[in-house]
Design a binder for this molecule. Structure first.
Ligand code: SF4
Length: 277
């Protein structure tokens, strides 16, 4: 995990999978790819293999070692529901999230159909967990809006949208069943612009539907200068967090060992499991 994430809507990131492949226009300037590729070939670096997809079972234990409750963005450097991540491994990640339940996990995907399929099947136990929020990315009408429909029909205690990078006016959205919406513009070199009226439209729809609204940033080439105020204020709303108490250190270690033992039998902690491309 990485503490003190710079991502505005989370505390920490946890990456039991690394790497991904592009699927839609929102991926064009993927920050994870840019970051990972910078370290391709650097011996011993976690991103020595660049952005190639691989499982990192050695990371499964990490949430148990965190002694204070965190908001944890799961797979900030990948997509848990990527088609090449085995169902068994996704279940292992979900078992850890359901067990280390003093944290609140934010799982975000662009593979909404697989999310839908698994939460209706082998991940049903995790769909019921109060401490796991399930979300989809929405960048435009063509790719993003169908993901909202898939998420709405997915059993989950908390459902959220990450509308970032917002690439066009999304028009009227159906926000029923959605608890939280994050909006942000693209940042960095070549950032595609985001119009204020697109953001206002989403904020007003959230207000009307009683959905929590978080405005992350305007983005742009100079992200810091453009800031994150909308109409003179910031919007930092979140769904209610319901997390369990942290067990004392020794029972936590015992508990972690019990949860991890069967998972590590299938996915031993040391090797990186590379997925052939
Ligand atoms: S799905 Fe996410 S992590 Fe994967 S390439 Fe697209 S933006 Fe990057």
């Amino acid at each position: 995990m990485s503490l003190n994430s710079h991502i505005e809507w989370t505390d920490a990131t946890w990456n039991p999978v690394r790497g991904c492949t592009k699927i839609s226009p929102g991926c064009k300037h993927c920050y994870a790819e840019t970051f990972a590729e910078r370290f391709r070939g650097v011996k011993g670096h976690p991103y020595e293999q660049g952005f190639d997809l691989r499982l990192v079972p050695g990371k499964l234990a990490e949430p148990f070692s965190w002694r204070s409750p965190k908001l944890v963005f799961v797979n900030s450097m990948s997509d848990l529901f990527h088609p090449e991540v085995p169902d068994e491994y996704i279940e292992a990640v979900a078992r850890v999230m359901a067990a280390a339940n003093w944290h609140t996990y934010q799982v975000l995907t662009k593979r909404a159909n697989r999310l839908h399929e698994l939460l209706n099947g082998r991940l049903r136990f995790a769909a019921k967990a109060q401490n796991i929020w399930w979300g989809v990315s929405v960048e435009d009408k063509k790719y993003g809006l169908p993901r909202i429909s898939a998420l709405r029909q997915t059993p989950a205690r908390v459902r959220f949208l990450s509308v970032e990078p917002l690439l066009e006016d999304l028009g009227t959205m159906n926000l029923s069943g959605i608890d939280w919406v994050i909006v942000g513009g693209e940042s960095g070199h070549g950032a595609r612009p985001m119009a204020k009226e697109w953001v206002i439209s989403i904020r007003e729809q959230c207000r009307a539907a009683h959905v929590k609204f978080f405005f992350k940033q305007w983005g742009g080439v100079r992200k810091k200068r453009n800031g994150r105020e909308l109409d003179g204020r910031t919007y930092d709303e979140y769904p209610q967090r319901i997390a369990a108490e942290i067990p004392d250190r020794s029972s936590c270690t015992e508990f972690a060992a019990k949860v991890l033992k069967p998972l590590h039998k299938v996915f031993p902690p040391n090797p990186l499991i590379r997925i052939a491309r």
